[in-house]
Ligand binder design. Structure first.
Ligand code: ATP
Length: 285
C-alpha cells in the first residue's frame, strides 16, 4: 500500500529575534506564510520488510535515518510503539538549506501521513514530537498562516480571510545553514520590536493591501546575510528597482521573496530577473 502527501514550503514575512536562550535556541516572533510553490511530494510505502528507508530525488541529500523525514518516522514508531516497515521517497522541489523549511516540512508530512493512517497519537503528543525534530516542524503539521512565538512552536493562527500578496521567490544556488545565520546575528538586534510593524503587517494581510505588507517586512537575520553574501543585496536591490514593492530574505536565507502589487507585475519581474541572473531559481505564488 502507498500513501502520498504534499509537503509545502514557507516564507517568514516577519522575523524578530527576542532573546538568546542558554540552550542555543532563540526566542522569536515570526509570521509564517505557507506556500504551495515550491512543494515536495512525499510517498510512503508500507512494506513487509522491517525498517525505515528514505531516499530522495536530490543527489547528496541525507538518506534513511540521517534524513529528517527518516528521523520523524523513527520518532513516530518509538512514541506510538508501532513497528516500522516503511519506505519513504521524497520528490524534492523545495531548495535545500534555503530558509524555506524543506526538511521540517518533510518531517511534518511524514508525521501527518503516519498518524492519519495509524491514529495512534493525540494532536498534542504529535506537536510535542514535532518540536523534538526541529523548531519549524510544528508549524508544518498544520501549515496555516500564523504568528509564532517561543522557538516558533506557539501559534496564533491568522483566522478569517487573509490575502497573501502576489509573491516571487528567488533562490540563489548556494546553501546557508540556520546555525550560521543565528550565530552571526548582531547582539544589538536582539530584543522586542515596539514599532508596531507586526500588527500593521497582519492588518495589511487582512485588508488585501500588498503595499501595506511590503512596508512592514522584517528579518533580523538578514543583516549578516547581506554582509556575508553581497549577491543577496544585489538581488534585493534588483527586485526593488524592477517592479517589486519590497523584497526581503526569508528565514535564515539565502532565498529572497518579493512582494508585488499585481500578478502581472510579478510575472514581468520574474521574466526580467531570469534574464539578468542565470544561476537563480524563481517561483511564483
Ligand atoms: P533550516 O532552517 O532547518 O536550516 P532550511 O529550510 O533552511 O531549514 P532545509 O532544506 O530543511 O533547510 O535543510 C537543512 C539541512 O537539513 C540540510 O543541510 C540538509 O542536508 C538536511 N536535511 C535532512 N533531511 C532533509 C530533508 N528531508 N530535506 C531537506 N534537507 C534535509
Amino acid at each position: 500500500m502507498s500513501l502520498a502527501a504534499l509537503s509545502k514550503s514557507k516564507i517568514n514575512l516577519y522575523l524578530k529575534v527576542l532573546k538568546r536562550r542558554p540552550d542555543r535556541y532563540h526566542e522569536i516572533e515570526t509570521v509564517f506564510l505557507p506556500l504551495d510553490t515550491p512543494a515536495d511530494r512525499i510517498v510512503l510505502d508500507f512494506e513487509t520488510r522491517p525498517g525505515i528507508r528514505v531516499s530522495s530525488t536530490v543527489p547528496g541529500l541525507p538518506e534513511n535515518l540521517e534524513n529528517l523525514a527518516g528521523r520523524a518516522a523513527l520518532a513516530y514508531s518509538d512514541m506510538a510503539k508501532i513497528s516500522a516497515c516503511w519506505t519513504i521517497r521524497i520528490e524534492k522541489e523545495i531548495p535545500v538549506a534555503a530558509g524555506m523549511g524543506g526538511g521540517s516540512s518533510n518531517a511534518a508530512a511524514v508525521l501527518r501521513l503516519l498518524n492519519d493512517h495509524y491514529r495512534a497519537l493525540p494532536e498534542k503528543t504529535l506537536a510535542e514530537l514535532a518540536l523534538t525534530l526541529g523548531a519549524d516542524v510544528p508549524f508544518f503539521l498544520h501549515g496555516r498562516p500564523a504568528v509564532a512565538t517561543g522557538v516558533g512552536e506557539v501559534f496564533r493562527y491568522l483566522e478569517g480571510r487573509l490575502f497573501a500578496p502576489p509573491l516571487l521567490i528567488v533562490n540563489p544556488h548556494f546553501p546557508v545553514s540556520a546555525k550560521w545565520a543565528y550565530t552571526h546575528l548582531a547582539p544589538e538586534q536582539i530584543g522586542p520590536d515596539d514599532s508596531g510593524k507586526l500588527e500593521r503587517l497582519i492588518d495589511a494581510l487582512r485588508r488585501n493591501d500588498p503595499a501595506g505588507v511590503a512596508a512592514n517586512l522584517h528579518n533580523d537575520l538578514a543583516y549578516a546575510l547581506y554582509e556575508k553574501f553581497p549577491l543577496l543585496a544585489i538581488l534585493r536591490d534588483f527586485l526593488r528597482e524592477n517592479g517589486a514593492l519590497n523584497a526581503e530574505i526569508t528565514g535564515s536565507g539565502p532565498s529572497l521573496f518579493a512582494v508585488c502589487a499585481t500578478p502581472e507585475e510579478r510575472d514581468e519581474l520574474a521574466l526580467s530577473l531570469s534574464g539578468a541572473f542565470r544561476s537563480v531559481t524563481v517561483f511564483t505564488n
